[in-house]
Write a protein that binds this ligand. Structure first.
Ligand code: HEM
Length: 291
């Protein structure tokens, strides 16, 4: 990255990299730090997004019941039209994916619950007796692996190791949905995006990106494993730096275009919404967090 910036590589880079670099220099950061900070941003933006998308695609397509429910939900936000030349258009309202597709969002959170391996770390600023039991000493570090909460059977039930969207989705009371209704765990039991002052600021961005990718795959293609059955790959080779480890091996799939996708031009709209995506506990309004 030092060479990249010294040789003005960023001038051919994205607007994000250029503006970020200019901003750091304008604010008086030492140039070495301006280069170094780009390492963190690159990691934040890319390292977890790609595996999150991979696992979400795999988990959804591997469960036909979940796939059908999500497909139906997404289809409700697609409109079809034709122009004077007879070109067929289908328009997906991306805003609705985030706010009006509770099964899709639950499937994304459930994917992250099972595949997040991050650990929050905090330095203790002063002696503090936590919960009346644990003395946290000034200057010590507290490390909080999200797997502790994500795999606690007392929070999620005895099927804590299984992919089950009802961990995050309760059907409305009169619904004929086949999903189990269960007591929702305390929202802070889900910590894929960390929390508090350093809660991941990219969580809405990545949710939009990944939900849109999966929605388009579902709407346009069918996907089946070449081996004949879906298997969840191991993650032994992953670096411990990543929050979402990538798979050790590729999963080979056969993708076929759906009939209704032939000859269609896609348009993405963003109808706008004042409702935030309910992705982290901090995004949920009106929920009292247990101490
Ligand atoms: C599925 C993908 C992602 C996951 C699981 C994830 C997770 C996290 C976690 C656990 C933290 C640390 C929070 C803490 O210490 O409490 C974090 C911080 C951060 N993330 Fe993400 N993230 C993802 C995607 C993104 C994206 C796409 C961006 C940028 C567009 C981003 C930008 C950041 C930044 C800048 C921080 C540092 C925040 C701070 O220290 O104040 N992340 N992320």
């Amino acid at each position: 990255l030092q060479n990249y910036f010294k040789n003005n590589g960023h001038l051919q880079g994205s607007g994000l990299v250029q503006q970020q670099h200019d901003r750091f220099i304008r604010l008086g950061y030492p140039v070495q730090d301006a280069y170094g900070l780009e390492v963190g941003h690159g990691l934040a933006i890319l390292t977890n997004t790609v595996p999150a998308a991979f696992w979400f695609v795999l988990r959804i397509f591997a469960q036909p019941g979940v796939l059908d429910a999500c497909h139906e939900e997404v289809l409700a936000h697609v409109t079809s039209s034709e122009d004077l030349d007879g070109t067929k258009f289908r328009t997906l309202d991306v805003a609705k994916l985030k706010t009006s597709c509770p099964i899709l969002l639950a499937a994304f959170k459930e994917t992250l619950r099972l595949h997040t391996r991050g650990s929050g770390a905090r330095k203790v600023m002063e002696d503090h007796l936590l919960d009346g039991k644990y003395l946290l000493k000034k200057d010590a570090f507290v490390v909080m692996p999200s797997t502790v909460q994500h795999f606690d059977p007392e929070l999620w039930g005895s099927d804590v190791n299984d992919f089950d969207i009802s961990h995050f989705y309760s059907p409305p009371s009169k619904s004929s949905s086949s999903y189990t209704k269960r007591v929702k765990p305390n929202p802070v039991s889900f910590r894929s995006f960390g929390g508090g002052a350093t809660l991941c600021p990219g969580r809405h961005f990545v949710t939009t990106e990944v939900l849109t990718l999966v929605a388009m795959l579902m709407l346009r293609f069918t996907m089946n494993p070449v081996s004949g059955s879906w298997a969840i790959p191991t993650t032994e080779k992953a670096s411990s730096m990543v929050i979402i480890p990538p798979p050790d091996e590729d999963v080979e799939v056969e993708i076929t275009r759906r009939k209704e996708d032939e000859g269609v031009k896609w348009v993405w709209s963003l109808s706008g919404s004042d409702k935030p995506i309910e992705i982290a506990a901090e995004d949920l309004s009106g929920i009292e967090m247990e101490k």
